[in-house]
Design a protein around this ligand. Structure first.
Ligand code: SF4
Length: 272
């Protein structure tokens, strides 16, 4: 049974209202509205859709922090793109790294590439290299902006524009939820947005080097991620479902969410 507090229930309701409002706006409008709701953080993997969001933030000088999880296992092309993007849009992309002691403990237990051996080990590695740094990237944030799209995988087919993330106790905004990959590519070409050259080599979704391969024609966009696992819903845990996370989530701090809730009401009244 899911435990719901009045505050979490209120934020869920506001997320639904915000979702409907965001649906009426273009990308810049969606981001601007999200930025008015409270401290907003965008976490980028430097993937093609994330580059579209970063370009909009930089071009419109929106007050949204841009962060990335530098796991220590990224492709060199991804690392190069961080600096290129900063230069292009005159922004800073904050890097969040895993704690060395956490990495050492993982390696001692499972081996450096132990994530191939079991789902448990893979989740342990993602926890050390992604989830814990993500928690630091989102510390103090009220709004988490992501590049999730419905077309990325069956697991993401119902991605809303706004949802309440009960585990992290914040509002998650997915401004590209309804953009398909062809629209993304056309936008990138029209605005000459820098993207990872690996996309052109069969990598539509790019994560850590040892856990990403090129896909074959006709495969889903994320088929090259953790390809050795059979679970069709494989994810790294960054984007847990609301239903799955709520039951394990402690009650949120009422004061912070009361502020966020009021901000949403005000922003909704403002429109945009
Ligand atoms: S994607 Fe692979 S290398 Fe990266 S954190 Fe997860 S298991 Fe580790």
């Amino acid at each position: 049974m899911t435990l719901q507090t009045p505050v979490s229930t209120g934020l869920q309701q506001h997320a639904e209202a915000l979702d409907a409002q965001l649906a009426q706006l273009d990308l810049a409008g969606r981001l601007a509205l999200a930025a008015r709701l409270g401290r907003a953080v965008f976490t980028t993997s430097l993937g093609i859709e994330d580059q579209v969001i970063t370009a909009a933030i930089g071009t419109h000088r929106l007050p949204i922090a841009v962060s990335t999880l530098e796991t220590g296992r990224l492709f060199q092309e991804t690392l190069d793109l961080i600096g290129e993007t900063e230069d292009r849009y005159d922004i800073t992309i904050d890097r969040f790294h895993p704690e060395p002691d956490d990495v050492d403990a993982f390696v001692a237990t499972y081996g450096l590439n132990g994530f191939y051996d079991s789902v448990e080990a893979r989740h342990a590695c993602c926890n050390v290299r992604k989830l814990k740094p993500l928690a630091r990237a989102l510390a103090g944030a009220e709004i988490w902006i992501t590049g999730l799209r419905r077309g990325q995988s069956g697991n993401r087919a119902t991605t809303p524009f706004a949802e309440y993330d009960a585990e992290r106790k914040l509002l998650k905004v997915n401004p590209l939820a309804d953009w398909d990959i062809d629209t993304i590519r056309a936008h990138v070409a029209a605005d000459s947005i820098p993207v990872n050259p690996m996309h052109a080599r069969g990598y539509p979704s790019i994560g850590c080097e040892p856990c990403t391969r090129a896909i074959k024609p006709g495969e889903p966009e994320r088929a090259g991620r953790w390809w050795w696992e059979n679970d069709e819903k494989r994810e790294c845990g960054l984007h847990v479902s609301e239903t799955a996370s709520e039951s394990a989530a402690p009650a949120p701090e009422p004061s912070a969410h009361a502020v966020a809730s009021e901000a949403i009401l005000q922003a909704s009244a403002i429109g945009g």
